[in-house]
Design a protein around this ligand. Structure first.
Ligand code: FMN
Length: 162
């Protein structure tokens, strides 16, 4: 079950999560983690599983992530199982910045819109979108998040086989 974990990352945290998701998946599957800038949307054709992740920036995926999804042609994901993730601040950090807390309640995080848009492109969402927590804008990832990422990669593999 060939899979790609594609990520965007400004400070490296989403990259670490992506690589760890790939490790979790790869105990049995064939998988690579690649930066979004190194993948052409057309390479997704024929892929069994696509896992796409982005840092949450201004309540949304990064522009690079949005542009990448936009460039996927409609039929490319018709036989592909998809999953989406993001990295995000904890609620505690968000509460410290009153304005951000207000907007987060309205706009949420990046993973859900990524999942929704991959489904619109024909992909089949196999697990609910997932978020992984950083302790500040530049990180670090909170303790336990890499373990959670590894488990999530394993869950994706099982759901894809199911
Ligand atoms: C311009 C900018 C806007 C951000 N907006 C949000 C936000 O709306 N919600 C949130 O939870 N985190 C927000 N963050 C924090 C990012 O989620 C955090 O920088 C990211 O998870 C780090 O991942 P990276 O190391 O892969 O870039 C923002 C960060 C930046 C730089």
């Amino acid at each position: 079950m060939k899979a790609l974990v594609i990520y965007d990352s400004q400070f490296g945290n989403t990259k670490k999560i992506a690589q760890t998701i790939a490790e979790g998946y790869s105990s049995e599957g064939e998988v690579e983690a690649r930066h979004i800038g190194d993948v052409q949307p057309d390479e997704l054709r024929g892929l069994s599983v696509l896992i796409l992740g982005s840092p949450t920036q201004r309540f949304r995926p990064t522009e690079g992530t949005n542009d990448f999804i936009k460039a996927i042609e409609r039929d490319v994901l018709s036989n592909t199982k998809v999953a989406a993730f993001d990295t995000r601040l904890t609620e505690e950090e968000i509460e410290k910045t009153g304005i951000l807390a207000f907007f987060v309640r309205i706009f949420d995080y990046a993973a859900k819109p990524i999942g929704d848009r991959l489904v619109k492109k024909g992909g089949e969402l196999i697990l609910p979108p997932e978020g992984f927590y950083v302790g500040g804008i530049e990180g670090p990832l909170l303790e336990g998040e890499l373990d959670r990422a590894r488990s999530w990669g394993e869950e994706i593999l099982h759901a894809a086989q199911g």
